[in-house]
Design a protein around this ligand. Structure first.
Ligand SMILES: [Mg+2]
Length: 390
């Protein structure tokens, strides 16, 4: 039986120009072109309005100027794009640890194991799109398919703000009529050679006997044939870009008592621990963030010997750190806990054998807690013991 994988490819729409519009709303609707400002530079990215003039990325700025003399030409602001990219990728990681970045603004997500928790793949894509829009103001297009190859083509079908779902039994109908230019990963030389064979669509290509393709393209010929049918077994290769993982809350009313703050830390600690476990991560450095009523912010950190994903342990360290702040004396408007120096479970498992039984007991308890959360939701029922504890 075939493995039923589900991949989502996500691609932020006209990323650089969209960020520029976000930061300067008066640019909305205008042809925005981001790239080297010197005449010899090239276009990094153009807004959809600018694309209507024939402006596209990698084009010389001088050409873009000629095609679109009224365009708004802006320099690349990489650090700002990186910040927003990070915010978007953080959203991806909420839904699966299997995130493979392709570039600053696109990624593959394997959501096969996420449906029990977050709903159907379409539902997951909708939630990601909504979170990206709500939290960053950007729009992102999604393609859902049984493979990376088809998912990437699908995300491009309905840009901007698109959502295209290609179920397994629709893959061939979906690809068939598409022009071969959509076949990403195929070089221009191969494309030209195919055009000479009068092969223009995926369907045309699928009809060319494999041995003909092999004669022309060597080993790659067979691969092309597979791709023309949408057959692609490549897995999503996760690359952890997350350097820290945490959560914070801003209170509706400032917190004045130390005990109240500790109670908040308890739920924060368990929430962060749960996210660590969901992503198969452990962390060594625990950082507490406190923002006082006057917006002055302090952080306190502690690094422990053995990396942890245990809420109780994180809580007790966070409490000790809290006592090193002015909480209780100065009203607090925000509390946050994050873990850094992250390790993935695969590496952690090596040291697991060295750890005491106590640890594995706690691990089982945590697993049980996680399934409760899965059932009742993060904001739903908290086990009674969690609230009584200290
Ligand atoms: Mg993009």
């Amino acid at each position: 039986m075939e493995k039923g994988r589900t991949i989502i490819h996500l691609d932020i729409d006209a990323f650089y120009p969209s960020v520029e519009v976000l930061d300067n709303p008066h640019l909305r609707g205008r042809p925005v072109i981001v790239g080297g400002t010197v005449k010899r530079g090239v276009v990094s990215s153009a807004s959809y309005e600018a694309r209507k003039y024939g402006v596209h990325s990698a084009q010389p700025i001088a050409t873009a100027l000629r095609l679109c003399p009224n365009g708004v030409f802006l320099p690349v602001r990489m650090s700002r794009y990186r910040d927003l990219s990070r915010a978007v990728f953080d959203i991806f990681y909420r839904f699966t640890p299997l995130v493979e970045p392709l570039s600053i603004d696109e990624a593959f997500l394997d959501v096969t194991g996420s449906t029990r928790l977050f709903g159907s793949p379409v539902e997951i894509a909708r939630r990601i799109k909504k979170a990206v829009r709500d939290e960053t103001g950007l729009t992102i297009s999604a393609g859902i398919a049984p493979s990376k190859f088809v998912a990437k083509i699908a995300s491009d079908m309905d840009k901007p703000d698109g959502l295209t779902h290609v179920p397994r039994d629709r893959v061939r109908d979906f690809l068939g009529p598409l022009p071969l230019e959509k076949m990403w990963g195929v070089g221009e030389v191969s494309l030209k050679a195919l055009t000479e064979l009068k092969v223009r669509t995926f369907e045309d290509l699928s009809r060319v006997p494999v041995h003909v393709l092999e004669r022309k393209f060597g080993k790659y010929g067979a691969r092309m044939h597979q791709l023309s049918l949408g057959e692609d077994e490549r897995e999503v290769v996760p690359q952890r870009s997350a350097k820290s993982l945490g959560h914070e809350v801003t209170f509706q009313r400032d917190i004045k008592e130390l005990d109240t703050a500790k109670k908040e830390l308890l739920s924060l600690a368990h929430r962060v621990a749960r996210r660590l476990r969901r992503h198969g991560l452990t962390g060594k450095t625990i950082t507490l963030k406190v923002k006082y009523w006057d917006f002055i912010q302090v952080t306190r950190s502690e690094t422990i010997q053995e990396a942890t994903d245990d809420g109780g342990e994180i809580y007790s360290i966070a409490c000790a750190l809290l006592e090193k702040t002015d909480t209780g004396k100065t009203p607090v408007r925000l509390l946050g806990i994050s873990l850094s120096q992250l390790d993935s479970e695969a590496e952690g498992q090596l040291s697991l054998f060295r750890q005491e039984e106590d640890h594995s007991r706690r691990k089982n308890l945590n697993r049980a807690l996680d399934s409760l959360y899965d059932k009742f939701g993060e904001k739903g029922i908290l086990p009674g013991s969690l609230l009584k504890e200290k």
